[in-house]
Design a protein around this ligand. Structure first.
Ligand code: PAF
Length: 278
């Protein structure tokens, strides 16, 4: 596996692969890799001839008061794990490479960035779109793979690819969970022992809401009870039951439901979601 820290060294490799007509998949990450990320890499290996994983902690998607400075970095062990998953290259650029002075990006994500996570993190999706676009520009992948835990992020990226006609196939992998149901996340490292036990309630409450909905309870009541139950354990950011294909209110045309939640536990923000057929 090639470890590239500059665009030039990565592009030497990409040029060679392109000349050989290899298809290329990109798995963008911010490092702090866990099984969730590694499952994206394994999926990428099945979808393309060559797999590039980027590891870049993107300042543009963090607000001043967020955890950019404390975000868990584990580059050495990330490289070891990526090698074990047979990634073909890992790209570990610095900010000068990603955001050179003469580079500009004026795409605005629009309405979808101001709902759900965008309410308390208004900077977030434009920051994600910016770095993902830049990575696409550098790597020019055929395919890019993202995790479904960041469900809204997936929408934003698909929309950007459509809006800008980037011609990249965006694929996603289902959420990878700990045995007790907690969705894997780099930020889970922030949880102390007591919080780690409480954190299980997030997926438990969502699953209970799903059961209530499927057994016929009226949706507003399901949502109210879900918010109440989450509030007993967490500081609630949002809990919404939406059309999983539009992120909007459920209508007669809705075929798949999404329960999307964000909560704060101590100083850790957790997001999670489940989707199911109506
Ligand atoms: O999902 C993430 O880890 C990040 O938001 C991403 C897509 C790598 C962009 O920094």
């Amino acid at each position: 596996m090639k470890v590239a820290t500059t665009i030039e060294s990565l592009q030497d490799l990409l040029k060679d692969w392109t000349e050989k007509k290899h298809t290329i998949a990109l798995v963008p990450t911010m490092g702090g890799l866990h099984e969730g990320h590694l499952s994206l890499v394994r999926m990428a290996k099945n979808q393309a001839d060559k797999v590039v994983v980027s590891v870049y902690l993107n300042p543009a998607q963090f607000a001043q008061n967020e955890d950019f400075d404390s975000y868990p970095i584990s580059t050495e062990s990330d490289i070891v794990e990526l090698e074990k998953c047979s990634a073909d290259a890992v790209f570990i650029p610095n900010s000068e490479q990603i955001y050179p002075k003469d580079w500009s990006f004026d795409y605005q994500v629009g309405e979808i960035s101001s709902i759900l996570c965008g309410v308390t993190r208004p900077h977030f999706f434009n920051g994600v779109a910016k770095v993902v676009y830049r990575l696409f520009e550098i790597v020019r992948p055929d395919i890019a793979i993202f995790g479904q835990k960041d469900f809204q992020q997936l929408f934003v990226i698909k929309k950007m690819v459509d809006d800008l006609s980037l011609g990249i196939n965006i694929l996603s992998h289902s959420i990878v969970r700990e045995q007790d149901g907690l969705a894997m996340s780099t930020r889970n490292k922030y949880l102390n022992k007591k919080e780690r036990v409480t954190a299980i309630q997030l997926s438990a409450c969502m699953n209970s809401a799903k059961d209530k909905y499927l057994s016929g309870m009226q949706i507003d009541k399901v949502n109210t009870e879900l918010r109440q139950e989450l509030s007993e354990n967490f500081e609630l950011d949002y809990a919404e039951i939406v059309d999983a294909n539009t992120l909007k209110i459920i209508t007669d045309n809705t075929v798949q439901i999404g329960i999307l939640c964000a909560v704060v536990l101590g100083s850790t923000r957790l997001i999670d979601n489940i989707t199911f057929w109506r």
